[in-house]
Design a protein around this ligand. Structure first.
Ligand code: MN
Length: 238
């Protein structure tokens, strides 16, 4: 079934999210962010295959959960769109997904060292991050999540958590809104950087489960403040 057109404000917000993630150093030429369709939970919005910093409203396409674009009209789509569709399928409450190769997170996947909340801004990591080992699922690959089966395996590794590390590749974070997922993607990178610095100093005291849950609840109310600043920094969309 083809859904009605998505809310224009949501499409614009997705373009803004793409640019913020570039400005904040989460994505570079690669990586992507999606949002669940506001009129159909079985569809999501994602840009065509392009650098996130260049995404305009008209570059946003509609996909079904199998990763098939309804309106590509010959435009190339992301090779790893299956990340998004399979997570939306597995996690009905998730409304937005960021996949990136944000650099400070990569060493954690490569060493299997747990990513844990080192400060209050990252309470959402209280359950830790999942670890996706693509080799266990598909042997030697190009590391990309380029099929529904790989996307489903990634979603399984994510489980009920907010983030999943992808060994030799990057990470994926999920949220209840575009604002929240962008916040989480930015602060996952910050947490990884700080955690690595702290680990070189000695034993690290992380937030415990209870602290993480409380900090996360408080920070939910602070997300709009970050979004307002980050949106201002990127300037108006063309
Ligand atoms: Mn990737």
């Amino acid at each position: 079934m083809i859904p009605k057109a998505a809310d224009a404000a949501l499409v614009e917000k997705l373009a803004v999210a793409n640019r913020i993630l570039y400005h904040q150093g989460v994505v570079d030429s690669f990586g992507h962010v999606s949002v669940r369709h506001d009129k159909s939970p079985d569809h999501f919005l994602l840009a065509r295959n392009m650098a996130p910093a260049l995404v305009r409203r008209e570059d946003v396409l509609t996909f079904d959960l199998d990763g098939t674009a309804l309106d590509a009209d010959g435009r190339r789509v992301y090779l790893e769109r299956f990340i998004h569709g399979e997570i939306y399928r597995a996690r009905p409450e998730v409304q937005a997904v960021v996949h990136s190769h944000s650099p400070s997170v990569i060493p954690f996947g490569a060493t299997r060292k747990p990513l844990r909340p080192i400060f209050h801004m990252c309470g959402f990591l209280g359950e830790g991050a999942g670890l996706f080992e693509i080799r266990d699922v598909a042997g030697d690959t190009d590391l990309l999540v380029s099929s529904n089966a790989l996307g489903a395996a990634l979603a399984a590794a994510l489980g009920s958590r907010s983030a999943v590390l992808m060994r030799g590749h990057g990470s994926t974070v999920v949220g209840a809104s575009l604002e929240q997922v962008v916040y989480r993607a930015v602060y996952t990178e910050v947490n990884a950087r700080l955690q690595m610095q702290a680990m070189t100093l000695g034993d690290v005291v992380y937030l415990n489960r209870s602290e993480a849950a409380k900090a996360s609840a408080t920070n939910e109310t602070q997300v709009p403040r970050a979004w307002e600043l980050w949106q201002r920094e990127i300037g108006p969309l063309e």
